[in-house]
Design a protein around this ligand. Structure first.
Ligand SMILES: Cc1cc2nc3c(=O)[nH]c(=O)nc-3n(C[C@H](O)[C@H](O)[C@H](O)COP(=O)(O)O)c2cc1C
Length: 347
């Protein structure tokens, strides 16, 4: 049993949001696990950016961009801060994060609690970035015009973000996921296209929900390719509750993440890779706990991956372990770079 798993029982006595705050505070003091297992085999160029390894920290951990460098220095290939909304927002009433240890899962309904665009912009512009930092943007709960919130976010962050993620898939802001419907999505694409015509160079990615039907996904993927979107992130948390063992929190409202999401989000990734014929880079997210899981995402079409829930259950040393496992896997396939494995289960 790892050291973290031994102390986990104690850590889990602390309420989830408090434990998260403690983790951020510890990282802020500069405490982090030093990165190792770095290898040229894991290095890649994706949407014009260099990634030392394909493992990213998913949005929601560093919502306020307080510790991007500490995350990178502890071994991640990139980090995504946010979701950031134009105005500061408190989010939903606590309790709003629940652990489901029997399932290696979490349910959260935080609701985009964040310091707001101005403060986060200020914080990030004063940070000398030590690696690739994406900024995930969203709309305020009470906004009158959601699309305009995304427009404001793109304008604000395009000069300091390595990439921008448009998050239209959180289940915790009422109505937000409607932007994934045909007509609204078309308007969003139009808006992004207009920015690109105006000279926007920052890669724009869109993060989707795993609960879309295949037909909806098909429409979105084709519109994204036509609209020059640089990448898709698959997926956000799910509102589905299937095969969950924990009975205490199963009916809590919110998005489910962690191990139960692996199969569903990987299926969506595979469908997307097939629909897009590999024309648009994909980031695979959802339920990753092992090097094998990462290889599965990559072989099903992901160029990069992200994770969050596994850090809660396995601790911060997980990243070095995952990189070690990945290097062994890549060597086993006898390829010169992990990128050669992208979509190899489909081709
Ligand atoms: C506590 C928590 C907060 C999250 N907040 C955000 C967020 O603000 N924006 C976002 O795009 N995704 C958010 N997510 C979703 C994750 O980025 C990720 O898509 C999802 O958890 C699936 O990955 P995982 O199974 O590795 O956790 C959050 C997830 C968790 C667990």
């Amino acid at each position: 049993m790892s050291f973290y798993k031994k102390i986990r029982n104690i850590a889990f006595l602390i309420e989830p949001e408090k434990a998260h705050k403690l983790a951020i505070s510890a990282l802020k003091t500069g405490i982090h696990i030093p990165s190792n297992n770095n290898s040229e085999l894991l290095k890649q160029e994706v949407f014009g950016l260099t990634f030392n390894n394909p493992i990213g920290l998913a949005a929601g951990f560093d919502k306020n961009a307080e510790v991007p460098n500490e995350v990178i220095l502890s071994g991640f290939g990139f980090t995504e801060v946010g979701t950031v909304t134009p105005l500061e927002q408190a989010g939903n009433e606590p309790p709003r994060v629940f652990r489901l240890p029997e399932d290696d899962a979490l349910i959260n309904r935080l609701g985009f609690n964040n310091d707001g665009m101005e403060i986060i912009y200020d914080r990030l512009s004063k940070t000398k970035k030590r690696g690739t930092v994406g900024i995930n943007i969203g709309a305020n709960k009470d906004t009158k015009d959601r699309l305009s919130d995304y427009q404001i976010g793109i304008k604000k962050f395009s000069t300091i973000a390595d990439y921008i993620t448009i998050n239209i898939s959180s289940p915790n802001t009422p109505g937000l996921r409607d932007l994934q419907s045909g007509q609204h999505f078309q308007e969003l694409i139009k808006l992004i296209k207009a920015h690109k015509i105006d000279g926007l160079k920052t890669p724009i990615l869109i993060k989707l929900a795993p609960d879309l039907t295949k037909k909806e996904l098909e429409i979105i993927v084709n519109l994204s390719i036509d609209g020059g979107i640089d990448g898709l992130i698959l997926s956000n948390t799910t509102v589905e509750r299937k095969d969950i063992m924990n009975k205490k929190f199963i009916n809590e409202e919110g998005g489910l993440s962690g191990r139960p999401l692996m199969q569903k989000s990987t299926k969506m990734l595979r469908d997307t890779y097939k629909i897009s014929e590999g024309k648009i880079p994909l980031i695979g997210v959802g339920g990753i706990f092992t090097g094998q899981d990462i290889i599965e995402k990559i072989r099903n079409g992901a160029s990069l991956i992200q994770l969050y829930t596994a850090i809660v259950y396995e601790g911060p040393t997980l990243i070095n372990k995952l990189k070690k496992e990945l290097i062994i896997e890549v060597e086993r396939y006898g390829v010169k770079s992990i990128s050669e494995l992208i979509g190899s289960d489909i081709k």
